[in-house]
Design a binder for this molecule. Structure first.
Ligand code: ATP
Ligand code: MG
Length: 419
C-alpha cells in the first residue's frame, strides 16, 4: 500500500467540541503527526455525544476512507458512547473484551485504586476488536477492521490520544505502508515573509519534495516533505539546498528553537549576557531562560520601563532621556552600555520601542524599536520598524534581539545584526 494511496479521516466526538466549550486540538495534532511521516489527512468531522450521529459518521467515513482515526467517548461516563455507536454502525454485538478488562484492572491495581462499575464498562467493545493499550490512562483504545477499512478508536484526552497515536496507530500504518513512509524537514526562518520564502525555495527543490508552511509568529516554518523509497536521502539534499539559498535567515531547524540555538551558541562561545528590556518587558529573558542550561551564560536582565529606571539602574543621562527620548538610538546605546558596565558581562543587549497601540508619533510611529548590543568590540544600535498589534510588535522585537545575538555569536562578533 503506497502512502499516497491511503486515505485517512479523523472523527472527533464530544458535545464540548461542537458547543464551543472546548477547541478540538486532537485533529490538528493527528494531522501534524501524520504529516511528519508523509501521510496526509483527507478529511475531518466532529460530532456530539449522540449514539446515532456517531454511528452514522463512522459508517460514512469508513465507506469513503481507508483509515478512520476516532478520538473521544471511550471513558467510563454515560456520555461516552463511541464503543456502542461502533457496534451499532457495523452490526456487531457489544461484548465484554477480556483483554481490555485485564488492562483496566492492571491500571487500577498498579495505582492502588478501586474500580467502579463505570470503569468496567470501558471493556464493553464491539466484537472482534483488537485492543490498543493506553500507556498513560485507563481506557484502552481499539482497532476495528470493517470491509478492509481500519478504524482506530482512541481516548479524547489529548495526552492519552497522542501517546496511543505514537505507540499503536502510526507503527501500524507504517508497517502497512511497506517501510519508510517518508518524512519532513522543518526550517525556521526569521525576517523573510512566507511568499518570499516560497519564491526563493521553489526553484531549489529536488523533484519529489513538496513545500508546506507552518505558522509560529514571527517565524516562518518551511516544511520540506517527501514520501516513499529514498525519501530520507531526497530530504537531506533538499534541506542542504534550502539552507544554501536561504542563508542565515534560517534561525533553527527541526525541533530546535531560535532561543535554544542562541543558548547553544553562548555556551559554545563561553560568553556571558545581560539584558536591559523596556518594550519587551522581560520577554527576551523569558525566552532564553525557558531553555535549560541558560544559567551558564545569562547573568541578569532588567526591565527598565520608566525613564527613572533607565536612569537609576542603567545610568542613562537625563539629557538623552529629555532631548532624544526613551525610544532613541542614543537611549538604546546608553542602556546596553550601562547594563554591560553594571553586570560585567561580555555582551549586553538592550531594547526600547513603542509597542502600541498608543504612544506613536509621525517621526516614531508605533512599531519603532531600537535594539543595541554592547560587546567588547564596541556598542552598536539599530532601528527597526515593525507593524501589527502590541503583542506582535513585542514578539517580533524579542525575536529580532535573539536573532541579533545568534548572528553575532555565529560570526564571532563581526556581524552587526540583520537588515
Ligand atoms: P475519559 O476517560 O477522560 O472520559 P474519553 O475517551 O471518554 O476519555 P472524552 O470524554 O471524549 O474522552 O474527552 C475527555 C476530555 O478530553 C474532554 O473533557 C476534553 O477535555 C478532552 N478532549 C476530548 N476530545 C478532544 C479534542 N478533539 N480536542 C481536544 N480535547 C479533547
Ligand atoms: Mg469521557
Amino acid at each position: 500500500m503506497k502512502n499516497d494511496g491511503i486515505t485517512i479521516a479523523v472523527l472527533t466526538v464530544g458535545d464540548e467540541l461542537i458547543n464551543g466549550e472546548m477547541a478540538d486540538t486532537n485533529t490538528a495534532a493527528i494531522a501534524r503527526a501524520l504529516g511528519a511521516r508523509g501521510y496526509f489527512l483527507r478529511e475531518s468531522l466532529t460530532v456530539g455525544d449522540a449514539e446515532t450521529d456517531i454511528a452514522e459518521a463512522l459508517r460514512n467515513l469508513s465507506e469513503r476512507r481507508d483509515v478512520v482515526i476516532v478520538t473521544g467517548g471511550l471513558g467510563p461516563t454515560t456520555d461516552d458512547l463511541t464503543a456502542r455507536a461502533a457496534a451499532l454502525a457495523f452490526g456487531r454485538p457489544l461484548v465484554r473484551n477480556e483483554e481490555a478488562l485485564a488492562l483496566i484492572r492492571d491500571h487500577f491495581r498498579s495505582r492502588g485504586r478501586q474500580m467502579s462499575a463505570g470503569d468496567e464498562k470501558q471493556a464493553l467493545l464491539p466484537g472482534e476488536a483488537t485492543i490498543l493499550s493506553n500507556p498513560v490512562g485507563t481506557a484502552p483504545g481499539f482497532l476495528l477492521n470493517h470491509g478492509g477499512r481500519d478504524l482506530f478508536f482512541l481516548p479524547g484526552v489529548p495526552l492519552e490520544m497522542a501517546a496511543m497515536l505514537e505507540a499503536s496507530v502510526l507503527p501500524l500504518l507504517l508497517s502497512r505502508g511497506g517501510g519508510v513512509a517518508g518524512g519532513e524537514r522543518v526550517l525556521k526562518i526569521f525576517g523573510i515573509s512566507e511568499p518570499k520564502v516560497e519564491e526563493i525555495l521553489t526553484p531549489s527543490l529536488p523533484e519529489g519534495v513538496r513545500l508546506a508552511f507552518g505558522v509560529d509568529f514571527p517565524l516562518v516554518h518551511a516544511k520540506l516533505r517527501a514520501s516513499g523509497e529514498g525519501a530520507g536521502t531526497l530530504l537531506d539534499k533538499a534541506e542542504l539546498e534550502a539552507k544554501k539559498v536561504l542563508g542565515d535567515a534560517v534561525v533553527a531547524c527541526g525541533k530546535e528553537t531560535l532561543a535554544e540555538n542562541v543558548v547553544r551558541l553562548f555556551i559554545a562561545a563561553g560568553r556571558t549576557l545581560s539584558l536591559a528590556e523596556s518594550c519587551t518587558g522581560g520577554l527576551i529573558a523569558k525566552l532564553l531562560t525557558d531553555v535549560p542550561g541558560s544559567s551558564v551564560f545569562f547573568e541578569r536582565g532588567a526591565v527598565t520601563y520608566a525613564n527613572s529606571a533607565k536612569r537609576d539602574w542603567l545610568g542613562v543621562s537625563d539629557s538623552i532621556l529629555q532631548e532624544k527620548g526613551a525610544v532613541s538610538e542614543e537611549c538604546a546605546l546608553a542602556m546596553a552600555g550601562g547594563m554591560r558596565d553594571a553586570a560585567g558581562t561580555d555582551l549586553a543587549l538592550a531594547v526600547t520601542g513603542i509597542a502600541g497601540p498608543g504612544g506613536g508619533t509621525e517621526e516614531k510611529p508605533v512599531g519603532t524599536v531600537y535594539l543595541a548590543l554592547a560587546a567588547p568590540e564596541g556598542t552598536v544600535a539599530r532601528r527597526f520598524q515593525f507593524s501589527g498589534t502590541r503583542e506582535r510588535v513585542r514578539l517580533i522585537a524579542a525575536h529580532a534581539g535573539l536573532d541579533w545575538l545568534r548572528r553575532h555569536l555565529a560570526t564571532g562578533g563581526n556581524q552587526k545584526g540583520q537588515d
